[in-house]
Design a protein around this ligand. Structure first.
Ligand SMILES: NC(=O)c1ccc[n+]([C@@H]2O[C@H](COP(=O)([O-])OP(=O)(O)OC[C@H]3O[C@@H](n4cnc5c(N)ncnc54)[C@H](OP(=O)(O)O)[C@@H]3O)[C@@H](O)[C@H]2O)c1
Length: 301
């Protein structure tokens, strides 16, 4: 009998992106998942050593890390807990993967940027996070890069989907409950459907297969991965309202009128051209992704 190839280990299979990766990664090889809930293996990244022990046990060919502390505002009050998940656990992941010869795909964020600019940001543009979440994610990027593991870091932004906690589902709830809401109009990014992230990630990985596993080699490093186009939260909210056929008024607010514990970058539109040039993979305009996601929401209602 032919021996089973080493598995792909997915961390955080219950998250927005992890949920989609569960399906798309399973086309690439045997998939096992680890997380706090609904996973093949229990894993709490807050526990030092737990992830390294699991990697030693499973000896995966590839680890895809979709787990993170994503509560941006809560990270201001709990920076050390956020750092543990977003940086220290990622360092542990990199070291264990390097030791075992496993490749790593990790996700980072547009919030590593300070928010200045008026053109889509490239991977080499200067970083400078303005909140704790962004700082911990940047520390995670650096730790993985320094670990010596063969890796890809995909910086995502403004992720939404038909499940999980996200802007789309919050807007749908508020817009059905209220006649008028206010939404920030002076922060710009690219809303990106989690489904399309999962698909893009698998398309990239399909090109990085080796006989026994996956290798990135010279193509490794940081890539931006978002939908094309740009929007303010206010424009995104209006598109959601129109797509849902609702009538709620959406008033534009300034960030000052909507204070939050964590400051957000005003400009975090990412240029995903490097991924397109290297792997031929790109996500269409955000309005197209939104329309598809709303179709799915309607079908599942
Ligand atoms: N959401 C966005 O807008 C956005 C934007 C830019 C970048 N990103 C990045 O994209 C990646 C995926 O984000 P997402 O939106 O899919 O996040 P998400 O929906 O919040 O999911 C995060 C996942 O991490 C898991 N997790 C958190 N703490 C853990 C711990 N101590 N031990 C084990 N698992 C733990 C969660 O497990 P439970 O299910 O048990 O809670 C969940 O499965 C992250 O790296 C994030 O930083 C997201």
């Amino acid at each position: 009998m032919k021996p089973e190839p080493p598995p792909i280990l997915l961390l955080g299979p219950g998250g927005q992106v992890g949920w989609e990766l569960r399906r798309t990664l399973s086309t690439l090889g045997p998939l096992v998942s680890a997380g706090r809930r609904g996973a093949d293996h229990p894993l709490d990244l807050a526990r030092p050593g737990a992830l390294a022990a699991l990697i030693d046990e499973l000896q995966p060919a590839l680890v895809v890390n979709a787990a993170a502390w994503t509560a941006v505002d809560d990270a201001e009050a709990h920076p050390q807990a956020a750092r543990r998940i977003n940086a220290e656990a990622v360092a542990e992941l990199g070291e264990a993967a390097a030791r075992r010869g496993a490749a790593v795909v990790h996700f980072s964020t547009d919030y590593v940027f300070p928010g200045e600019g008026d053109r889509p940001l490239r991977e080499e543009d200067p970083v400078g996070p303005i909140n704790q979440y962004g700082q911990t994610k940047l520390a995670g990027e650096k730790a993985l890069a320094e670990s010596g593991a063969d890796h890809l870091i995909l910086r995502l932004a403004w992720v939404y989907g038909a499940r999980g906690r996200n802007f789309l589902l919050t807007m749908r709830r508020l817009m059905t409950e209220r006649e008028r809401i206010g939404v920030v109009a002076d922060q710009f990014g690219a809303p990106t459907w989690s489904r399309q992230i999962g698909e893009a990630c698998a398309q990239v990985l399909a090109q990085c297969r080796t006989g026994a596993g996956f290798a990135f080699g010279e193509r490794g490093g940081i890539y931006h991965l978002t939908a094309a186009g740009q929007a303010s939260w206010h424009q995104f909210a209006e598109a959601i309202r129109d797509g849902l056929g609702l009538t709620c008024a959406v008033d534009p607010l300034t960030s000052d009128q909507y204070p939050t514990p964590a400051r957000r970058p005003a400009w975090s539109v990412l240029d995903s051209g490097r991924l397109a040039r290297t792997f031929g993979v790109a996500i269409p305009h955000w309005r197209q992704g939104l329309a598809l996601c709303l179709e799915e929401l309607a079908a599942s209602a």
